[in-house]
Design a protein around this ligand. Sequence first.
Ligand SMILES: [Zn+2]
Ligand SMILES: [Zn+2]
Length: 390
Amino acid sequence: MQDLTAVEVKNPKPRKICWHNVVYLVASPLVAITLVPYYLYTQGFDWRIWVFTLVLGIATTVSITGGYHRLFAHRSYSARGWVRLFYLLFGGASFQGSILKWATDHRRHHRYVDTEKDPYNINQGFWYAHIGWLIVDDDPNYKDKFAQDLLDDKWVYLQHKYYLWFAFGVGVVFPTLVGYWMGSMLGGFAVGAALRLVLTNHSTFFINSLCHTLGRQPYSDEHSARDSFIMAFLAFGEGYHNFHHQFQSDYRNGIHWYDWDPTKWVVNILSYLGSAYNLKKISQATIVKAQVAMEERRLIREGVPAESIHPFRLKVEEAGKKWKTLREDYLAVKLEMRQNYLVRKAEMKEKYQEKLKNLKIEMKRSRREFKTAWQLWIAYARHARTLVRA
Ligand SMILES: [Zn+2]
Ligand SMILES: [Zn+2]
Protein backbone atom coordinates (compact mmCIF):
# COMPACT_ATOMS: atom_id res chain seq x y z
CA MET A 1 0.00 0.00 0.00
CA GLN A 2 1.16 3.51 -0.71
CA ASP A 3 2.12 6.01 1.94
CA LEU A 4 -1.11 6.69 3.77
CA THR A 5 -0.39 10.18 4.98
CA ALA A 6 -0.04 13.52 3.38
CA VAL A 7 2.68 15.25 5.41
CA GLU A 8 4.34 15.25 8.77
CA VAL A 9 3.24 17.90 11.26
CA LYS A 10 6.06 20.21 12.31
CA ASN A 11 4.44 22.87 14.50
CA PRO A 12 0.72 22.58 15.21
CA LYS A 13 -0.99 25.93 14.51
CA PRO A 14 -4.23 27.28 16.02
CA ARG A 15 -7.35 26.33 14.09
CA LYS A 16 -10.25 28.56 13.02
CA ILE A 17 -13.96 27.76 13.24
CA CYS A 18 -15.32 26.25 10.03
CA TRP A 19 -18.59 28.16 9.79
CA HIS A 20 -20.16 26.37 6.84
CA ASN A 21 -19.86 23.07 8.73
CA VAL A 22 -21.31 24.66 11.87
CA VAL A 23 -24.31 25.91 9.88
CA TYR A 24 -24.82 22.52 8.22
CA LEU A 25 -24.47 20.48 11.44
CA VAL A 26 -26.86 22.75 13.36
CA ALA A 27 -29.35 23.39 10.58
CA SER A 28 -29.77 19.84 9.26
CA PRO A 29 -31.27 18.36 12.49
CA LEU A 30 -33.37 21.51 12.99
CA VAL A 31 -34.75 21.26 9.47
CA ALA A 32 -35.44 17.54 9.94
CA ILE A 33 -37.24 17.85 13.28
CA THR A 34 -39.42 20.73 12.11
CA LEU A 35 -40.15 19.80 8.50
CA VAL A 36 -40.77 16.05 8.95
CA PRO A 37 -43.60 16.47 11.53
CA TYR A 38 -44.98 19.42 9.51
CA TYR A 39 -44.98 17.28 6.35
CA LEU A 40 -46.67 14.35 8.14
CA TYR A 41 -49.24 16.67 9.75
CA THR A 42 -50.15 18.50 6.55
CA GLN A 43 -49.82 15.74 3.96
CA GLY A 44 -50.06 12.46 5.84
CA PHE A 45 -48.00 9.29 5.60
CA ASP A 46 -46.96 8.04 2.16
CA TRP A 47 -45.06 4.76 2.43
CA ARG A 48 -43.40 5.29 -0.99
CA ILE A 49 -41.44 8.30 0.28
CA TRP A 50 -40.22 6.28 3.28
CA VAL A 51 -39.23 3.24 1.20
CA PHE A 52 -37.39 5.50 -1.23
CA THR A 53 -35.58 7.17 1.71
CA LEU A 54 -34.61 3.78 3.11
CA VAL A 55 -33.19 2.68 -0.26
CA LEU A 56 -31.35 5.99 -0.71
CA GLY A 57 -30.09 5.74 2.89
CA ILE A 58 -28.71 2.25 2.22
CA ALA A 59 -27.11 3.37 -1.07
CA THR A 60 -25.43 6.38 0.54
CA THR A 61 -24.30 4.44 3.63
CA VAL A 62 -22.80 1.61 1.56
CA SER A 63 -21.05 4.22 -0.58
CA ILE A 64 -19.37 5.53 2.56
CA THR A 65 -18.61 2.19 4.24
CA GLY A 66 -17.86 0.07 1.18
CA GLY A 67 -16.70 2.91 -1.07
CA TYR A 68 -15.07 5.84 0.74
CA HIS A 69 -13.82 3.62 3.56
CA ARG A 70 -12.96 0.10 2.47
CA LEU A 71 -12.28 0.78 -1.23
CA PHE A 72 -10.74 4.26 -1.46
CA ALA A 73 -9.22 4.79 2.01
CA HIS A 74 -7.95 1.24 2.57
CA ARG A 75 -7.79 -0.29 -0.92
CA SER A 76 -9.00 -3.52 0.66
CA TYR A 77 -10.45 -4.60 -2.70
CA SER A 78 -10.68 -3.34 -6.27
CA ALA A 79 -13.87 -2.50 -8.12
CA ARG A 80 -15.08 -2.03 -11.69
CA GLY A 81 -15.94 1.40 -13.07
CA TRP A 82 -19.69 1.30 -12.46
CA VAL A 83 -19.19 0.47 -8.77
CA ARG A 84 -16.72 3.32 -8.36
CA LEU A 85 -19.10 5.71 -10.13
CA PHE A 86 -21.92 4.61 -7.82
CA TYR A 87 -19.76 5.32 -4.75
CA LEU A 88 -18.73 8.66 -6.23
CA LEU A 89 -22.34 9.75 -6.71
CA PHE A 90 -24.03 8.34 -3.62
CA GLY A 91 -21.05 8.88 -1.32
CA GLY A 92 -21.18 12.53 -2.36
CA ALA A 93 -24.88 12.53 -1.43
CA SER A 94 -23.89 11.71 2.18
CA PHE A 95 -22.53 15.22 2.79
CA GLN A 96 -19.35 13.85 4.34
CA GLY A 97 -16.96 15.60 1.99
CA SER A 98 -15.18 14.34 -1.10
CA ILE A 99 -13.48 10.94 -1.31
CA LEU A 100 -10.14 12.72 -1.57
CA LYS A 101 -10.60 14.58 1.71
CA TRP A 102 -12.43 11.80 3.60
CA ALA A 103 -9.98 9.04 2.69
CA THR A 104 -6.89 11.20 3.33
CA ASP A 105 -8.20 12.16 6.79
CA HIS A 106 -9.10 8.55 7.51
CA ARG A 107 -5.66 7.22 6.61
CA ARG A 108 -4.19 9.80 8.96
CA HIS A 109 -6.61 8.59 11.66
CA HIS A 110 -5.28 5.03 11.33
CA ARG A 111 -1.66 6.02 11.17
CA TYR A 112 -1.72 8.43 14.10
CA VAL A 113 -4.64 7.02 16.09
CA ASP A 114 -5.06 8.55 19.58
CA THR A 115 -2.38 11.18 19.02
CA GLU A 116 -2.66 14.88 18.21
CA LYS A 117 -2.04 14.12 14.54
CA ASP A 118 -5.19 11.97 14.46
CA PRO A 119 -7.88 14.22 12.91
CA TYR A 120 -10.59 12.77 15.16
CA ASN A 121 -8.47 12.03 18.19
CA ILE A 122 -10.61 10.50 20.96
CA ASN A 123 -8.24 11.85 23.61
CA GLN A 124 -9.59 15.31 22.83
CA GLY A 125 -12.97 14.13 24.07
CA PHE A 126 -15.98 12.13 22.93
CA TRP A 127 -17.73 15.09 21.27
CA TYR A 128 -14.57 16.27 19.57
CA ALA A 129 -14.18 12.84 17.94
CA HIS A 130 -17.89 12.74 17.10
CA ILE A 131 -18.49 16.17 15.66
CA GLY A 132 -16.11 18.76 17.16
CA TRP A 133 -13.32 18.04 14.69
CA LEU A 134 -15.68 19.01 11.88
CA ILE A 135 -16.44 22.46 13.21
CA VAL A 136 -12.84 23.56 13.33
CA ASP A 137 -11.01 24.23 10.12
CA ASP A 138 -8.47 21.68 8.89
CA ASP A 139 -5.14 21.58 10.62
CA PRO A 140 -3.17 24.10 8.50
CA ASN A 141 -0.32 21.61 8.32
CA TYR A 142 -2.56 19.20 6.45
CA LYS A 143 -4.95 21.54 4.67
CA ASP A 144 -5.26 20.77 0.95
CA LYS A 145 -2.61 18.08 1.15
CA PHE A 146 -3.94 14.79 -0.12
CA ALA A 147 -2.75 11.23 -0.59
CA GLN A 148 -1.05 10.98 -3.98
CA ASP A 149 -2.69 7.75 -5.19
CA LEU A 150 -6.10 9.37 -4.68
CA LEU A 151 -5.02 12.59 -6.42
CA ASP A 152 -3.92 10.49 -9.39
CA ASP A 153 -7.40 9.00 -9.73
CA LYS A 154 -9.06 11.41 -12.16
CA TRP A 155 -12.61 10.46 -11.11
CA VAL A 156 -11.79 10.98 -7.46
CA TYR A 157 -10.23 14.33 -8.31
CA LEU A 158 -13.28 15.31 -10.39
CA GLN A 159 -15.61 14.48 -7.51
CA HIS A 160 -13.47 16.60 -5.20
CA LYS A 161 -13.40 19.55 -7.61
CA TYR A 162 -17.16 19.53 -8.19
CA TYR A 163 -18.07 18.11 -4.80
CA LEU A 164 -20.93 20.52 -4.04
CA TRP A 165 -22.61 19.61 -7.34
CA PHE A 166 -22.43 15.93 -6.41
CA ALA A 167 -23.59 16.57 -2.84
CA PHE A 168 -26.54 18.85 -3.59
CA GLY A 169 -27.40 17.19 -6.90
CA VAL A 170 -27.69 13.62 -5.61
CA GLY A 171 -28.19 14.38 -1.92
CA VAL A 172 -30.86 17.10 -2.07
CA VAL A 173 -32.17 17.81 -5.59
CA PHE A 174 -32.57 14.14 -6.50
CA PRO A 175 -34.70 13.10 -3.45
CA THR A 176 -36.72 16.34 -3.73
CA LEU A 177 -37.50 15.58 -7.39
CA VAL A 178 -38.41 11.97 -6.57
CA GLY A 179 -40.72 13.35 -3.85
CA TYR A 180 -42.29 15.69 -6.40
CA TRP A 181 -42.83 12.74 -8.74
CA MET A 182 -44.44 10.82 -5.86
CA GLY A 183 -46.75 13.74 -5.11
CA SER A 184 -44.85 15.64 -2.39
CA MET A 185 -41.82 17.76 -3.01
CA LEU A 186 -41.81 18.64 0.70
CA GLY A 187 -41.82 14.93 1.66
CA GLY A 188 -38.90 14.23 -0.69
CA PHE A 189 -36.91 17.09 0.80
CA ALA A 190 -37.80 16.63 4.49
CA VAL A 191 -37.55 12.83 4.64
CA GLY A 192 -35.34 11.85 1.67
CA ALA A 193 -32.81 14.65 2.15
CA ALA A 194 -32.87 16.21 5.64
CA LEU A 195 -33.87 13.28 7.85
CA ARG A 196 -31.75 10.78 5.91
CA LEU A 197 -28.68 13.04 6.13
CA VAL A 198 -28.99 13.51 9.89
CA LEU A 199 -29.40 9.80 10.58
CA THR A 200 -26.67 8.56 8.24
CA ASN A 201 -24.23 11.32 9.25
CA HIS A 202 -24.45 10.56 12.94
CA SER A 203 -24.25 6.80 12.51
CA THR A 204 -20.91 7.36 10.74
CA PHE A 205 -19.76 9.92 13.33
CA PHE A 206 -20.43 7.38 16.09
CA ILE A 207 -17.69 5.16 14.64
CA ASN A 208 -15.17 7.87 15.48
CA SER A 209 -16.62 8.55 18.93
CA LEU A 210 -18.44 5.49 20.38
CA CYS A 211 -16.24 2.88 18.70
CA HIS A 212 -13.23 4.49 20.36
CA THR A 213 -14.99 4.57 23.73
CA LEU A 214 -17.26 1.59 24.35
CA GLY A 215 -16.87 -2.07 23.46
CA ARG A 216 -14.48 -4.97 23.51
CA GLN A 217 -10.83 -5.10 22.51
CA PRO A 218 -10.20 -8.70 21.45
CA TYR A 219 -7.27 -8.00 19.11
CA SER A 220 -5.31 -5.17 20.72
CA ASP A 221 -5.50 -2.60 23.47
CA GLU A 222 -2.63 -0.59 22.07
CA HIS A 223 -5.17 1.74 20.48
CA SER A 224 -8.57 2.95 21.65
CA ALA A 225 -10.62 1.23 18.91
CA ARG A 226 -13.34 -1.15 20.12
CA ASP A 227 -15.70 -3.76 18.72
CA SER A 228 -19.35 -2.94 19.25
CA PHE A 229 -22.22 -5.00 17.87
CA ILE A 230 -24.67 -2.13 18.32
CA MET A 231 -22.49 0.16 16.23
CA ALA A 232 -21.95 -2.60 13.68
CA PHE A 233 -25.71 -2.89 13.40
CA LEU A 234 -26.19 0.87 12.99
CA ALA A 235 -23.26 1.45 10.65
CA PHE A 236 -23.38 -1.47 8.23
CA GLY A 237 -20.70 -3.56 9.91
CA GLU A 238 -18.25 -0.78 10.66
CA GLY A 239 -18.60 -1.32 14.42
CA TYR A 240 -16.01 -4.11 14.57
CA HIS A 241 -13.54 -1.32 14.93
CA ASN A 242 -10.93 -3.03 17.10
CA PHE A 243 -10.48 -5.67 14.40
CA HIS A 244 -10.48 -2.99 11.73
CA HIS A 245 -7.75 -0.92 13.37
CA GLN A 246 -5.64 -4.02 13.82
CA PHE A 247 -6.14 -5.34 10.27
CA GLN A 248 -7.10 -2.35 8.17
CA SER A 249 -6.32 -3.98 4.82
CA ASP A 250 -8.98 -6.69 5.32
CA TYR A 251 -12.14 -5.97 3.31
CA ARG A 252 -14.18 -7.46 6.16
CA ASN A 253 -14.78 -5.83 9.53
CA GLY A 254 -16.92 -8.59 11.00
CA ILE A 255 -14.93 -11.72 10.24
CA HIS A 256 -17.31 -14.44 11.51
CA TRP A 257 -20.22 -15.61 9.39
CA TYR A 258 -22.59 -14.52 12.16
CA ASP A 259 -21.12 -11.01 12.45
CA TRP A 260 -23.42 -8.24 11.24
CA ASP A 261 -21.39 -6.79 8.37
CA PRO A 262 -23.68 -5.86 5.44
CA THR A 263 -20.81 -3.95 3.78
CA LYS A 264 -18.85 -7.21 3.56
CA TRP A 265 -21.91 -8.96 2.13
CA VAL A 266 -22.29 -6.24 -0.53
CA VAL A 267 -18.61 -6.63 -1.51
CA ASN A 268 -19.08 -10.42 -1.62
CA ILE A 269 -22.09 -10.06 -3.93
CA LEU A 270 -20.16 -7.61 -6.14
CA SER A 271 -17.29 -10.10 -6.24
CA TYR A 272 -19.66 -12.90 -7.21
CA LEU A 273 -20.95 -10.70 -10.05
CA GLY A 274 -17.37 -9.97 -11.14
CA SER A 275 -17.65 -6.25 -10.25
CA ALA A 276 -15.29 -6.45 -7.26
CA TYR A 277 -12.02 -8.36 -7.21
CA ASN A 278 -8.73 -8.71 -5.40
CA LEU A 279 -10.54 -8.93 -2.05
CA LYS A 280 -7.90 -8.78 0.70
CA LYS A 281 -8.27 -11.07 3.67
CA ILE A 282 -5.96 -11.52 6.64
CA SER A 283 -5.33 -15.22 7.33
CA GLN A 284 -7.10 -16.82 10.27
CA ALA A 285 -3.72 -17.83 11.72
CA THR A 286 -2.61 -14.17 11.87
CA ILE A 287 -5.92 -13.03 13.37
CA VAL A 288 -5.89 -15.75 16.04
CA LYS A 289 -2.23 -14.94 16.81
CA ALA A 290 -3.22 -11.34 17.67
CA GLN A 291 -6.26 -12.49 19.63
CA VAL A 292 -4.27 -15.01 21.69
CA ALA A 293 -1.45 -12.52 22.36
CA MET A 294 -4.00 -9.93 23.55
CA GLU A 295 -5.71 -12.44 25.82
CA GLU A 296 -2.36 -13.56 27.21
CA ARG A 297 -1.49 -9.95 28.15
CA ARG A 298 -4.86 -9.66 29.87
CA LEU A 299 -4.40 -12.94 31.80
CA ILE A 300 -0.92 -11.95 32.97
CA ARG A 301 -2.33 -8.63 34.19
CA GLU A 302 -4.97 -10.57 36.10
CA GLY A 303 -2.27 -12.57 37.85
CA VAL A 304 -1.81 -15.70 35.73
CA PRO A 305 1.93 -16.62 35.73
CA ALA A 306 3.42 -15.87 32.30
CA GLU A 307 5.46 -19.09 32.25
CA SER A 308 2.34 -21.23 32.64
CA ILE A 309 0.37 -19.66 29.80
CA HIS A 310 3.18 -18.81 27.39
CA PRO A 311 3.86 -22.38 26.05
CA PHE A 312 0.19 -22.66 25.01
CA ARG A 313 0.41 -19.43 23.04
CA LEU A 314 3.64 -20.54 21.34
CA LYS A 315 1.96 -23.79 20.23
CA VAL A 316 -0.89 -21.82 18.62
CA GLU A 317 1.60 -19.52 16.88
CA GLU A 318 3.78 -22.37 15.59
CA ALA A 319 0.81 -24.38 14.31
CA GLY A 320 -0.67 -21.26 12.72
CA LYS A 321 2.60 -20.38 11.00
CA LYS A 322 2.90 -23.90 9.56
CA TRP A 323 -0.67 -23.86 8.28
CA LYS A 324 -0.23 -20.40 6.75
CA THR A 325 3.02 -21.37 4.99
CA LEU A 326 1.47 -24.53 3.52
CA ARG A 327 -1.52 -22.52 2.30
CA GLU A 328 0.80 -20.00 0.64
CA ASP A 329 2.75 -22.85 -1.02
CA TYR A 330 -0.49 -24.39 -2.25
CA LEU A 331 -1.67 -21.10 -3.76
CA ALA A 332 1.76 -20.49 -5.34
CA VAL A 333 1.73 -23.93 -7.02
CA LYS A 334 -1.81 -23.34 -8.23
CA LEU A 335 -0.82 -20.00 -9.74
CA GLU A 336 2.29 -21.50 -11.33
CA MET A 337 0.18 -24.27 -12.83
CA ARG A 338 -2.21 -21.73 -14.31
CA GLN A 339 0.58 -19.63 -15.76
CA ASN A 340 2.79 -22.42 -17.10
CA TYR A 341 2.08 -23.19 -20.71
CA LEU A 342 3.71 -26.60 -20.33
CA VAL A 343 0.73 -27.65 -18.28
CA ARG A 344 -1.00 -28.31 -21.54
CA LYS A 345 1.14 -31.41 -21.76
CA ALA A 346 -0.65 -34.17 -19.94
CA GLU A 347 2.36 -35.43 -17.95
CA MET A 348 3.13 -31.94 -16.57
CA LYS A 349 -0.47 -31.46 -15.59
CA GLU A 350 -0.43 -34.72 -13.68
CA LYS A 351 2.75 -33.66 -11.88
CA TYR A 352 1.16 -30.42 -10.72
CA GLN A 353 -2.04 -32.13 -9.72
CA GLU A 354 -0.10 -34.66 -7.66
CA LYS A 355 1.80 -31.85 -5.94
CA LEU A 356 -1.41 -29.98 -5.21
CA LYS A 357 -3.08 -33.09 -3.86
CA ASN A 358 -0.23 -33.74 -1.42
CA LEU A 359 -0.13 -30.12 -0.32
CA LYS A 360 -3.85 -30.18 0.27
CA ILE A 361 -3.57 -33.25 2.52
CA GLU A 362 -0.74 -31.59 4.50
CA MET A 363 -2.69 -28.34 4.69
CA LYS A 364 -5.74 -30.08 6.09
CA ARG A 365 -3.60 -31.85 8.69
CA SER A 366 -1.86 -28.66 9.79
CA ARG A 367 -5.22 -26.85 9.95
CA ARG A 368 -6.47 -29.54 12.32
CA GLU A 369 -3.31 -29.19 14.43
CA PHE A 370 -3.79 -25.43 14.55
CA LYS A 371 -7.42 -25.75 15.64
CA THR A 372 -6.45 -28.25 18.34
CA ALA A 373 -3.69 -25.95 19.67
CA TRP A 374 -6.17 -23.08 19.70
CA GLN A 375 -8.81 -25.12 21.55
CA LEU A 376 -6.16 -26.14 24.09
CA TRP A 377 -5.24 -22.49 24.55
CA ILE A 378 -8.89 -21.53 25.12
CA ALA A 379 -9.36 -24.35 27.65
CA TYR A 380 -6.16 -23.49 29.51
CA ALA A 381 -6.91 -19.74 29.53
CA ARG A 382 -10.35 -20.44 31.01
CA HIS A 383 -8.87 -22.78 33.62
CA ALA A 384 -6.09 -20.31 34.58
CA ARG A 385 -8.57 -17.47 34.93
CA THR A 386 -10.82 -19.55 37.21
CA LEU A 387 -7.81 -20.44 39.39
CA VAL A 388 -6.72 -16.82 39.73
CA ARG A 389 -10.21 -15.62 40.55
CA ALA A 390 -10.85 -18.38 43.08
ZN1 LIG B 1 -11.06 4.51 14.30
ZN1 LIG C 1 -10.58 2.53 8.48
